[in-house]
Write a protein that binds this ligand. Structure first.
Ligand SMILES: Nc1ncnc2c1ncn2[C@@H]1O[C@H](COP(=O)(O)OP(=O)(O)OP(=O)(O)O)[C@@H](O)[C@H]1O
Length: 166
């Protein structure tokens, strides 16, 4: 899928460049549960939403080409967020030389455009640390579990050469 992305230019990502009707003003997100997002190499059936960040919503999708579940980060249709997403893609491309399993980073499979949205495809992860702590009794984790998590964070920082002070 990554091969589809080099053709994407900034203008392709603006609603006026999609050849489809721009969303009504104030409506920067137009994907719903049950939608099918199609690219040349696969379709992504939106089964539901996993969460929302500053840049968009993350959907749990069935990727029809491989029949696997993936997480697709669908960027909101706003010029500032689109510019940020293009920068994020450039960074993700650089990170692709790293081994995600060894370095403890999420696997990025590529990007596509589902007009007017830029979409980033990631491996589907299990619960986030926030989910785990929220579901834990009294929102606290046993010391042993915290130790394991901190060791993983420390390993990630060291492997990825990130400055830190844990
Ligand atoms: N690969 C993934 N697998 C499963 N759930 C995910 C995945 N990526 C994101 N999520 C869920 O979607 C939520 C939103 O993720 P997103 O990356 O958009 O924002 P964020 O990292 O929380 O914040 P920000 O917008 O500041 O980057 C996450 O908090 C998480 O619950």
């Amino acid at each position: 899928m990554d091969g589809e992305f080099p053709a994407l230019r900034r203008a392709d990502c603006m609603s006026s460049g999609c050849g489809s009707t721009p969303p009504p003003s104030g409506k920067d997100f137009s994907v719903s549960r049950g939608d099918l997002m199609s690219t040349a190499s696969s379709s992504y059936w939106v089964e539901g939403f996993l969460g929302e960040g500053a840049y968009g919503k993350v959907a749990r999708c069935l990727k029809t080409a491989t029949n696997e579940r993936v997480a697709v980060k669908i960027i909101k249709n706003h010029p500032v967020l689109i510019r940020t997403a293009i920068k994020e893609i450039a960074i993700l491309r650089q990170l692709q030389v790293l081994d995600p399993d060894r370095c403890g980073i999420v696997r990025w499979m590529g990007a596509f455009v589902h007009c007017p949205h830029i979409c980033l495809e990631f491996e589907l992860l299990a619960k986030s640390l926030l989910d785990v702590t929220e579901q834990a009794e009294r929102h606290t984790l046993p010391l042993m579990q915290i130790k394991i998590i901190l060791e993983q964070v420390e390993l990630d920082f060291n492997l990825n050469n990130i400055q830190h002070d844990v």
